[in-house]
Write a protein of this length. Structure first.
Length: 116
C-alpha cells in the first residue's frame, strides 16, 4: 500500500505546476481522494477532494478557481493542476484518502515553493 507524490518544484508567483500521486495496493477507484498541504509551522490542511467517479470535486476557499483536481482510475493516479500560484501556496503537498477512517500511510510528499 503506497502513495507516491511527484511534480513539485520552484516556481515564480503566477506560475503553474501539475502534481501527480501514484497509488498502489488498494482499490483506488473506490476511494474519494484528496490533496493536502503542510506549510512550515502549520497544520496539514485539506486542499482539494475528488470523489470516486471523478464527477464531484471540492476545494478549499484559498485555492478555488486556481487549482483543479482530477483522477485517472485506470492509472491509479490523482492529479492537482495548480495555476496562478502565490507565495502562500508554498508547502509540502500530499495525497491521501479523503475519509480519515480509510487513510493510507502518508507518502513523502512533494515540495512546492513559490518565490521570485
Amino acid at each position: 500500500v503506497q502513495l507516491v507524490e511527484s511534480g513539485g518544484g520552484l516556481v515564480q508567483p503566477g506560475g503553474s505546476l501539475k502534481l501527480s500521486c501514484a497509488a498502489s495496493g488498494f482499490t483506488f477507484g473506490s476511494y474519494a481522494m484528496s490533496w493536502f498541504r503542510q506549510a512550515p509551522g502549520k497544520e496539514r490542511e485539506l486542499v482539494a477532494t475528488i470523489f470516486s467517479d471523478g464527477g464531484s470535486t471540492n476545494y478549499a476557499t484559498s485555492v478555488k478557481g486556481r487549482f483543479t483536481i482530477s483522477r485517472d482510475n485506470a492509472r491509479n493516479t490523482v492529479y492537482l493542476q495548480m495555476n496562478s500560484l502565490k507565495p502562500e501556496d508554498t508547502a509540502v503537498y500530499y495525497c491521501n484518502a479523503y475519509n480519515a477512517m480509510l487513510r493510507i500511510s502518508w507518502g513523502q510528499g512533494t515540495q512546492v515553493t513559490v518565490s521570485s
